[in-house]
Design a protein around this ligand. Structure first.
Ligand code: HEM
Length: 147
């Protein structure tokens, strides 16, 4: 294993999303930001399109690991951004529940991106491919519900 890989592995173990904590940091409301979810999703898609064709190429693994971590950074941004579709939900309690459900899916995506980086670091192309399939499925479900 190269030094770079070991460094990335160490970084991966440090990366985590803020955990939901109802008493001290409610996450039932999104953060207003100049950065929109639409733009973050577009940026994620650019990386996804680069990742897809090289996922089974071991020579590209260091770059693919870097891309997985870039995806995690974007996913972290997505976690607290407002979802336009939910602006139309008038009942505050229902809106809050829907937003928490959105965040649950985003957290799941973050975990899969970490799994992807780990599979690539282990040169396990089959597992990397399966993880990408799971991410695609999550994207499908997330878009159907929130886009
Ligand atoms: C691999 C994972 C994903 C990719 C590559 C991806 C990509 C995209 C793309 C290309 C768009 C359209 C942006 C545009 O209008 O130009 C979009 C929109 C959106 N995505 Fe994703 N997505 C992913 C996963 C998810 C997940 C898991 C969720 C929900 C939990 C989600 C929620 C949304 C929402 C709500 C929008 C609409 C944003 C808006 O127009 O305000 N996405 N996504």
């Amino acid at each position: 294993m190269t030094k770079k890989f070991i460094l990335v592995l160490a970084l991966l173990s440090l990366l985590s999303l803020p955990q939901a904590n109802a008493s001290s940091s409610p996450e039932d409301a999104c953060v207003a930001s100049a950065q929109t979810l639409k733009q973050v999703m577009k940026d994620m898609n650019v990386i996804w399109k680069q990742l897809e064709p090289q996922i089974a190429d071991p020579a590209a693994n260091p770059d693919s690991v870097a891309k997985s971590i870039q995806l995690q950074q974007l996913t972290t941004e997505a976690l607290s951004l407002c979802v336009r579709k939910l602006e139309k939900v008038t009942d505050p309690a229902a809106k809050e529940l829907e937003y928490l459900e959105y965040q649950k899916m985003v957290r799941h995506l973050f975990t899969l991106e970490g799994d992807l980086a780990k599979a690539l670091l282990a040169n396990d192309s089959a597992s990397a491919k399966l993880t990408m399939d799971a991410m695609k499925e999550l994207q499908k479900i997330g878009h159907k519900r929130f886009k």
